[in-house]
Design a binder for this molecule. Structure first.
Ligand SMILES: [Zn+2]
Length: 216
């Protein structure tokens, strides 16, 4: 396993221009201006913040896991990672990270994946895909299901085994861990604070996140 790269931020909470708590099972959508910095705080630890990014001026150009992974030559995200769109354009850069590693491969939960991974009686449970769609429906931008690309799972631990398998493992994050990213262009951020109750990634206990934004 690669060494964890934990970098603290020098930003002060009292200087933030935005400060919001998002409970588990809720979504959030926001347009960052270039140079603005978003911090996502894992308030109680072991939470998963399923996150997508769009070029706010060209929403069809959404976050691309492949572009991001190929660009940095690593499957995990941490300080210094540049999250890229399908076009290759930089959307945000991670500038601080006290967790040290974030997943690019696990995707988000959905009603369908819940039935496949767990059991058919999980079909009705809250899931990230429905949360995304509820947020997108509030926008006039013409977003639809096809805009939902494979997402980033901040704070989630999905280690890759030596033979290339994926494991959904106990979390690597802890209470108060955060990740901070600066927008490289106007970027729409879409978060589903995962309500998943069937997965050890969040210790079977989904918890709130805090979102803070600074102008510079
Ligand atoms: Zn989820």
């Amino acid at each position: 396993m690669a060494a964890f790269n934990r970098v603290e931020s020098k930003k002060r909470i009292e200087d933030a221009v935005y400060n919001e708590i998002v409970p588990a099972g809720e979504g959030w959508m926001y347009d960052l201006e270039p140079g603005q910095t978003l911090r996502i705080v894992d308030l109680e630890g072991n939470q998963a913040a399923d996150t997508l990014f769009f070029d706010a001026d060209n929403p069809e150009d959404h976050y691309s896991a492949v572009r991001t992974i190929a660009g940095q030559g690593n499957i995990y995200l941490t300080t210094g990672s540049i999250l890229r769109a399908e076009s290759g354009n930089a959307l945000v850069e991670i500038v601080a990270d006290t967790c040290g590693r974030h997943d690019t491969l696990g995707g988000s939960c959905s009603a369908q994946s819940n039935t496949v991974r767990y059991s058919h009686d999980k079909l009705h449970m809250h899931n990230c895909r429905d949360t995304y769609m509820l947020q997108l429906a509030k926008r006039d931008g013409g977003y639809s299901k096809r805009d939902l690309a494979p997402n980033v799972n901040f704070f989630m631990n999905v280690p890759v085994t030596p033979d290339g398998g994926l494991e959904f493992a106990d979390g690597v994050s802890g209470p108060g861990c955060y990740v901070e990213m600066t927008a490289k262009r106007r970027t729409t951020v879409l978060i589903s604070n995962c309500p998943q109750l069937n997965n050890p990634c969040n210790a079977y206990n989904p918890t709130p996140i805090q979102l803070l934004i600074w102008n510079d």
